[in-house]
Write a protein that binds this ligand. Structure first.
Ligand code: ZN
Length: 211
């Protein structure tokens, strides 16, 4: 069985959303300093690196990441390749030949090449979904959607429409994936966000298993 890691490495150099706290991962005990063990602490936004958005991210009193159904987070997923577009619209989705039974959909775009350098400066003109693409996803019964940069929505959207359309419909949003080494097609997805009580999101390890 081949397991593809589609998560990005969490480290202080990883780009974060502008205005979000930078990632801190440091030792508070160190064998090199005479302590009995090495122990580290992590401080970061719950939306850092590869992570899951819960409905409560954009919907007041929406469900939280610890409440997301595991049967959405684990199961067959379709990786669609959209390498030339700057924005993924419903028109593009119509022409991608996404299998009709798809309920988990991941987009591999030119964003993934940015992760060749996991310490690159945040890029604001990343590829993301338009609001009509979000509506298309809801209308087609998709329950989980993933993208290979830090937001499912374009950076300069005046309103959070893409996020709210998806999250109000209960679609699980996975952001910050690295699909650079993944060919389009069908896989088994395992994406398990940390069980953070009451949180609007959580960092997650995500893998694709070739079937
Ligand atoms: Zn997020």
């Amino acid at each position: 069985v081949k397991i593809l890691d589609i998560s990005v490495p969490v480290s202080p150099g990883l780009p974060v959303w502008p205005g979000d706290p930078h990632i801190e991962l440091d030792r508070y005990r160190a064998i090199a300093k005479g302590d009995a063990s090495n122990d580290s602490r992590l401080a970061c936004s719950v939306h850092c690196g590869t992570h899951v958005d819960a409905p409560g991210h954009f919907v007041e009193n929406g469900s939280t990441v610890d409440q997301l159904p595991l049967d959405i987070l684990v199961g067959r997923a379709w990786v669609a390749e959209v390498l030339t577009a700057d924005v993924i619209s419903s028109e593009i989705l119509e022409n991608l030949a996404i299998p009709s039974e798809t309920i988990r959909l991941l987009f591999k775009t030119k964003n993934s090449t940015l992760w060749a350098d996991p310490r690159h400066a945040f890029k604001s003109d990343f590829v993301a979904l338009s609001a009509d693409a979000a509506s298309w996803i809801v209308a087609h019964g998709i329950r989980l959607v993933g993208i290979d940069y830090l937001s499912i929505q374009m950076f300069d959207d005046p309103e959070p429409l893409t996020h709210s359309i998806l999250l109000k419909a209960g679609v699980v949003v996975v952001e910050g994936l690295n699909l650079m080494d993944v060919r389009p097609g069908s896989y088994r997805l395992v994406c398990l966000p940390l069980k953070l009580s009451g949180s609007d999101g959580a960092p997650s390890r995500a893998v694709l298993i070739e079937e």
